[in-house]
Design a binder for this molecule. Structure first.
Ligand code: ZN
Ligand code: ZN
Length: 97
């Protein structure tokens, strides 16, 4: 398995238990948990279920859902920097292509 990396320089650190999804949520998730679709996305009372109705099979899938709904079209985070995951040999791939 290859390490996940963000264009900002963040590298997934398993020892630190911070995944690329954690990082992306940190920079993209707004205070009010509203996604780019205008709905609130937050883990509901039932495990692995989002308030929008999405039910995930695994925690990773729920994280992927949050990242997908919170990532703006320009991929600019709350820190004003661009963030998107890059694969090891894939740095010439344009975002959102
Ligand atoms: Zn949702
Ligand atoms: Zn980043």
């Amino acid at each position: 398995m290859t390490a996940s990396q963000c264009v900002c320089g963040f590298i997934e650190d398993e020892a630190d238990d911070q995944t690329i999804a954690d990082h992306l949520l940190e920079v993209f998730a707004p205070e009010d948990d509203k996604g780019t679709d205008g709905l609130v996305h937050l883990e509901g009372e039932r495990n692995l279920t989002c308030l929008c109705g999405f039910a995930a099979a695994t925690p990773e899938k729920l994280d992927a859902h949050f990242v997908a709904v919170f990532t703006p079209a320009d991929a600019i985070g709350r820190d004003g920097k661009k963030h998107h995951p890059i694969a090891a040999n894939d740095d010439c791939m344009p975002p959102g292509a």
